[in-house]
Structures are given as C-alpha cells and as structure tokens.
Design a protein. Structure first.
Ligand code: F6P
Length: 380
C-alpha cells in the first residue's frame, strides 16, 4: 500500500487531505458539501469523561461537515463492523454520564492479521476517512501501530491513572481523585472513632498519581506507590511515632501496583499475567493491613476502592478537558494532521506524535511525592 509519508495516509483509504484545507470539505467543481466520516471509538478501561469527549467530537464535527460514526466496544467493533451513526440527538444528554455509550474492550487490533484485514475492509465499507481513538496506553499504542500501517488516526488520552506521557492530565483522573478523596474523608472519621489504622488500596497499576494526589487532598498519613520502594520497618516506625505522639489512628493509602516485594512477598512470576499481559495483583492492601496489625498490634481495617474509582459522573474539570480534547482532535482531522495525540500542556491544548506519547509511562514526579511526604503524618 502506498502512503503519504508526511501524514501516513494510505492512498486506498477514502481521505484526501490535500483538499482538506480551511474551506475544504466542499467539492470545488459543484460547490456541494463533501461529507466526510470520522469513526470514533473508546478502548481499554473506561473512565468518567468518555461521553463528554464523544459528544464534543460529534458536535464539533458538524462545523466541518463531518459525520460521526460511533464504533462499538473499542477495536472489536471495527473488526466486527459494529457501528452506529452519532447525531446531535444521540449525543444529547450524555455529557454528565460516566462510562461510555459506545462500550469498550481491550482488543488488540493487530494481534491477528485477519482482524486487521477486517478493520481495513470495514474502514472502506463504512467510508471512514479518519479514526479518533480514545484510550489509555494500550489503546493508544495500538493506534500508533495502526497509524504506521497507513490508517489516518488521531488519539485522545484518557485514563484515571494519569500515566500518559506528553500530557499534563488525562480526563478521568480528576474525577477518580475526587472519589478517593471523599472516601478518605469518610474513612478518617471511622478510623479516628475506633482508633484504628485504615489501609485504602487505590488503582494505579504502574504509577501512583491517584494515591499521591488523593493522599495529599485527603490528608493521608502514609502513601505507598509503585515508583518508590519502601520497607515495612520504616512504615511501621512512622505509624508508631504518630501513635506515640497521641494520634491513635492512621490512614495509609497504597496503590495497587506497589511492590509486593517491599511487603516481604515474592514478586508475581512473569507467566502469571492476565489476558492483556498485565501483572496479576496479589492484593497488596490486604497483605499490608495484616502485616501492620501483626507488627504494631493496632487494630487495622482495609478498604479496596476498586472500580468505584472508574465510575460516576465526571467532575466539571474532566468534562471541560474531555470537551477540549474532542474539539482539538476534530481540528487535527480537519487539518489532515494524523498520527498525533491531543495533549494538555500547561493550560494549552496541543498535539504530539502518538509515538512519543506511548513509548513510556508518565510516573509520579519525585518533587510532587516529596511534597506529599513533607505534609503527611504530622510531627514525626
Ligand atoms: O484504567 C486503568 C486501571 O484503572 C488500572 O489502574 C487498573 O489496574 C485497571 O484499570 C483495571 O482495569 P480492569 O479491571 O478493567 O481490567
């Protein structure tokens, strides 16, 4: 297949970016509007704000005379040809809803050659000129690979984990942090009443952004994250010092991906992975809770927040960020600027090559973690 080297646009995909200049979208000879179709899908774990971004894509597409085709259940829908036209009417009222009206999956579009053939055939069949792929690291890595195969793709970063490089924030994160902060506030009152330690396990497979941010916001007494190794001796000393100083309760926030080795456990063998290649979790929160109670003799309870963090209505911040991302992605499509991901840098929406977004994860800034360590736990 021949491709345009600048934008990776395959010549046999029905998209002519050369005519897609400001004012383009019109057939010059007939002055009839040329309708172009954007396919939009959500892949990977869901998060609050997905519907806001879907709505923004559909609404801003109208400005450029684009039609929007919703692809159901991530890449799987493009393999199966499972699509639905999105209209002003169908995206009405979805802005505040959690989850994704399109459904999602963790399908890898390039795992089987036959699947990718189906994707190309469906792109042709439905007259899709460009794809807007809304996803986290896994889905955007696949978008990068699909773009390399010559499909016009624009990516939008989403994840509660906030671990995508090149963007200061992903939407979904602010909502998850608010949910965790509220939970910590609630747990504080019961921990204090019962003079207990409460361990709160939060999401964060590889990074501790939720743990650190909600830990600061909720006034946690210890925060344990995958990026920073810890020892049980040090954690116990910190909590005991608090106890001895008269604070007879503690809140310990631990990210699910914190190192089980630090708790004195063998790490999970490479072959014990889920179907997406993710490390299987051993339940660090429960293990930590048992170990704290055994070592300190202080009654301890564990709360695993789990998927509660992924649900619910997006915060105003996430709704606005998702909307800005959706509008910016459509602008990239209009400009024929493919192989890119929209990003927030400072307060500006910009775009970066997908390649640079997915090469590595954005881990917690050490200075931010240090700030958290400065303020948590009271006088040591
Ligand atoms: O969205 C990322 C994430 O929230 C991780 O922190 C978590 O481990 C994972 O999703 C769990 O996703 P699922 O249960 O849907 O596979």
């Amino acid at each position: 297949m021949k491709t345009d080297e600048t934008h990776n646009i395959p010549h046999d995909v029905p998209f002519d970016h050369h005519s897609d200049k400001p004012g383009a979208g019109h057939n010059e000879s007939s002055s009839c509007p040329v309708i172009k179709t954007i396919g939009v899908l959500t892949g990977g774990g869901d998060c609050p704000g997905l519907n806001a971004v879907i709505r923004a894509v559909e609404r801003s597409g109208i400005k450029y005379n684009f039609e929007t085709l919703g692809i159901r259940n991530g890449w799987q829908g493009l393999i199966d040809g499972d699509v639905e036209p999105l209209t002003d009417f169908s995206v009405s009222g979805i802005l505040p809803k959690g989850g994704t009206i399109l459904g999602t999956s963790r399908t890898n579009p390039l795992k089987k050659t036959s699947d990718f053939q189906k994707i190309k055939a469906n792109i042709k069949k439905f007259g899709i000129h460009a794809l807007i792929i809304i996803g986290g690291d896994g889905t955007l890595s696949a978008a990068r690979d699909v773009a390399k195969q010559g499909i016009p793709v624009v990516g939008i970063p989403k994840t509660i984990d906030n671990d995508i490089c090149g963007t200061d924030m992903t939407f979904g994160f602010d909502t998850a942090v608010s949910t965790v902060t509220e939970a910590i506030d609630r747990l504080h009152t019961t921990a204090e009443s019962h003079h207990r330690i409460i361990v709160v396990e939060v999401m964060g497979r590889n990074v501790g952004w939720i743990a650190v941010t909600a830990g600061i916001a909720g006034g946690a007494d210890e925060i344990l994250i995958p990026e920073v190794h810890f020892t049980m001796d040090r954690v116990c000393k910190k909590l005991k010092d608090r106890y001895d100083a008269g604070k007879k309760f503690s809140i310990v926030v631990i990210a699910e991906g914190a190192h089980e080795k630090d708790l004195g456990l063998a790490s999970v063998p490479e072959n014990e992975r889920d179907e997406c290649g993710h490390e299987k979790f051993v339940g660090v929160g429960n293990i930590l809770g048992k170990e704290l109670e055994r070592r300190l003799g202080i009654e301890t309870r564990v709360t695993i927040l789990g998927h509660v963090q992924r649900g619910g209505s997006p915060t105003a911040y996430d709704r606005v960020l998702a909307t800005r991302f959706g509008v910016a992605a459509v602008q990239l499509v209009h400009a024929g600027d493919f192989g890119k991901m929209v990003a927030l840098q400072g307060n500006r929406i910009t775009s970066i090559p997908l390649e640079s977004a997915v090469n590595q994860l954005k881990t917690v800034d050490p200075e931010f973690y240090e700030l958290a360590m400065t303020v948590i736990g009271g006088r040591k």
